[in-house]
Write a protein that binds this ligand. Structure first.
Ligand code: KG4
Ligand code: ZN
Length: 337
């Protein structure tokens, strides 16, 4: 069973063919990074325009690379939420047109849910596991009992982890995209140069929650001390100290979740899971098996869309041609316990 996946939620224009929800036959990712770098962030209008220009050739290449014809595709899965509405609409409209013209099933996919599915493309994973999803807009620790049964244990009460990486990088002009720049600079920095705070969320409902707003503000406020000449700024030290605080905040909650649930398999996905320190610290969690995708499957890609699309396809969960784009996400609503 071959599913064509299409992903255009933000600044990656991607198409992929995945067989049986597992075998990636092609995964074309055309990144717009160079077009947004000059603005230090994604400009929605530019993003949607580039998707419009690129999508036909990206889909064509994904099919050509694996020598699969349009007719032999069994279904078309497309990210329809969450993301930039203009960008999402390009992928959704394209997929709807294909589904109608080819008379193939259409499957709308929540791409945040797909990030958590991505490790399944590379590993045989048995349930239950603790799902750790860390992206530009979401930070979620969940208990995953089966494909359809996901219980949110903790989430961010304000900013997402990736958002904090991006904002800190922007204020300090560390480079774009922010997370990648901070990861790289941290290699030369001292992670103990600054002691940034971890919010004291450890009770009741907030036991597994994180908060990145305070950390972000503390790091940005430090800039004033540099400007006032109170100390000499080292971008490397700022990057390394921030990265350590951001990662350890999450690791602390994941360890707590392991201890409380007794679940010893951790599965992580999302753009920030490409981070070197986060990968290292997740692996260091005692007596657990930690599975995360290779870096190319952490950030936005259509393979995870095609992969998860196969499971919806098997369950007969198709979308109608009335499928629309939505900026918001409706998954990850349930609360633990
Ligand atoms: O999952 P993703 O590609 O898109 C969303 O769905 O949000 O995640 C993008 C986020 C951005 O905030 C980016 O800075 C961050 O992932 N990111 C990283 C790294 N690579 C990407 N953060 C830290 N270290 C990295 N190496
Ligand atoms: Zn994403």
């Amino acid at each position: 069973m071959k599913i064509l996946g299409i992903e255009s939620s933000c600044d990656e224009c991607s198409a992929s063919v995945v067989e049986d929800g597992k075998h990636i036959l092609s995964n074309v990712i055309a990144t717009q990074i160079d077009f947004h770098r000059v603005y230090n962030g994604v400009v929605p209008e530019i993003a949607s325009r580039l998707h419009t220009e690129w999508i036909t050739s990206v889909v064509r290449r994904a099919l050509e690379e694996c020598n699969v014809s349009l007719q032999s595709i069994d279904g078309i899965a497309v990210t329809n939420r969450p993301g930039l509405v203009g960008s999402l609409l390009v992928g959704v409209s394209f997929a709807k047109g294909m589904a109608l013209a080819l008379d193939k099933p259409l499957i709308g996919v929540d791409h945040i849910r797909a990030h958590l599915f991505a490790p399944h493309l590379e590993y045989e994973i048995s349930y239950p596991y603790l799902g750790v999803l860390v992206s530009g807009g979401h930070t979620v620790i969940s208990k995953v009992d089966s494909f359809d049964d996901i219980t949110v244990m903790g989430t961010t009460i304000d900013d997402a982890c990736g958002e904090a990486f991006d904002k800190v990088a922007k204020y300090y002009e560390l480079g774009y995209p922010g997370g990648v720049a901070i990861d790289r600079l941290s290699e030369q920095g001292d992670p103990c140069a600054f002691n940034f705070p971890d919010p004291s969320l450890h009770k009741g409902d907030h036991r597994y929650d994180v908060s990145y707003s305070g950390l972000k503000t503390a790091v940005i406020n430090q800039l004033e001390h540099f400007r006032n000449g109170e100390s000499v700024m080292s971008k490397e030290n700022i990057a390394a100290s921030f990265q350590k605080a951001a990662v350890m905040m999450l690791i602390k909650r994941v360890k707590r979740a392991v201890k409380d649930t007794g679940i010893r398999t951790i599965v992580a996905g999302g753009g920030v899971v490409a981070n070197s320190l986060l990968r290292k610290e997740l692996k260091n969690i005692d007596r657990t098996t930690v599975l995360f995708p290779s870096r190319v499957l952490c950030t936005d890609n259509a393979a995870m869309i095609a992969g998860i699309g196969y499971y919806y396809f098997q369950q007969g969960e198709y979308s109608s041609l009335a499928l629309n784009a939505s900026a918001r996400v409706d998954a990850f609503r349930k609360k633990y316990p």
